[in-house]
Design a protein around this ligand. Sequence first.
Ligand SMILES: Cc1ncc(COP(=O)(O)O)c(C=O)c1O
Length: 366
Amino acid sequence: MFSERVKCIDISGIRKMFEAAGPGAINMGLGQPDFDTPEHIKKAAIDAINEGFTGYTMNLGIPELRQAICNKFDKDNHFEVSPDGVIVTAGASEALHLALQSLLDAGDEVLVPDPGFVSYPVLTGITGGKAVGIPLGEKLTVTPEAVNELVTPKTKAIIVNSPSNPTGAVQSKEEIRGLAEIADDRNITIISDEVYEHFIYKGEHASPAQFSDNVITINAVSKTYAMTGWRIGYAAASKEYIEQMLKVHQYIQACACSISQKAALAAIEGPQDCVGEMRESFRKRRDILMEGLHGMGIKCVTPEGAFYAFPEVSDDDAPGKLLENGVIVAPGTAFGRNGAGHIRLSYATSEDNIRKALGIIEKVLV
Ligand SMILES: Cc1ncc(COP(=O)(O)O)c(C=O)c1O
C-alpha cells in the first residue's frame, strides 16, 4: 500500500534513544541550543501578531527579510545575491528538500559526507536520488581528493556542511575552494549547509558561493538565534535555481510562517551579542568536554565548530550502556556507515551536566 521510497526510511537512531531514556537522564543527544530565543526577537513576533500580520506572505518570503538575508551574505559570507535569489523556507530542512527536489531525476547521485547529517541520505532518497557517502579525511572534513574519486556522470550534487553535524569539523578555505572548482569543472551543484556557521572556535567560515555560481547556500535562524521551533530557514542561489525551488515550495508550503518571518528579520538585523554569548558558552563547554575525554584516554578529534564531539568508542553497545546509566548520546551509525565505532555527544547542555556525564562515560566506557 505504501511507497517503497517511504517504507524504507528507518526511524532515526537518535529518536530511538530519546524514546528509550528514563526521566532525569542527561541529554547529550540534543541537536539544538539549550538557550531561550532572545527577548527582542520574541517581541518582534508578538508585535507581528498584535498588528495582525497573520496572513499568507509572498511565496518567496517577505521582501524586507530577503533583503536582510542578502545584506547578511554580503557582510558575513562575502558573496552577492539579489533578493530574487533568496527563498525563505520552513527551516533549513525544507530548503534542503527543495534543493534536492529541484535537482534530481530518478537514479541521480548526490555525494554526502559519511558520517554526515541524518537528513541528507533520506531526503536524497525521497526525491528519487541515490546518496553516495564521502569518506572523511584525517581532520574529519570532506576533501576535494575524496570527492574527485566519487564523481560519476550521474553526480548531480555534493552536500557540504561546515561546521559539521555530527563531527564539529570545519572545512578549510582551501578545501572549499577545491570543491568549488570540482563543481565548476564537472557542472555539479554544491548544496552548502551552513546552519552552524556562527559557532566556530578556531579558523574561519568559508562559503563555496564565494568561489562558484554552482552553489545553493542554505542557512537558518534555527541554531544561530536559538529558534529551532520557529521554523525559518533560507536558501540563496542564482535566480534560475530559486525559480525551480519556488515551484515546489509554493505547492507544499505556500510560504514560511508570517510571524516567524518577522522574528527572523529582528534576529538577522538586530544586535548580534546574543550569538557571541552563546558561542562563548559553547566554547567553554567544548573545552571541559575535550579535557575530560582526552584525560581518560578517549580518542576524539577536537571539534572546531557546531556543538558536537564525535569520539571513538570500541564498545558497539556504548549508546545502550550509557543510556542505562543515565546519559543519552547518539550512536555514530545514525550518521552513516562510517560513523561506526563512534558516538555523537552534543555539548548544548550545562557545564554541570557535561561534568556528570563525563563521570558516567569514564565509569561505563573506560
Ligand atoms: C546540519 C544540519 N542541517 C540542517 C538542520 C535542520 O535545521 P532546521 O531546524 O532549520 O530545519 C540541522 C538540524 O539539526 C542540522 O544539524
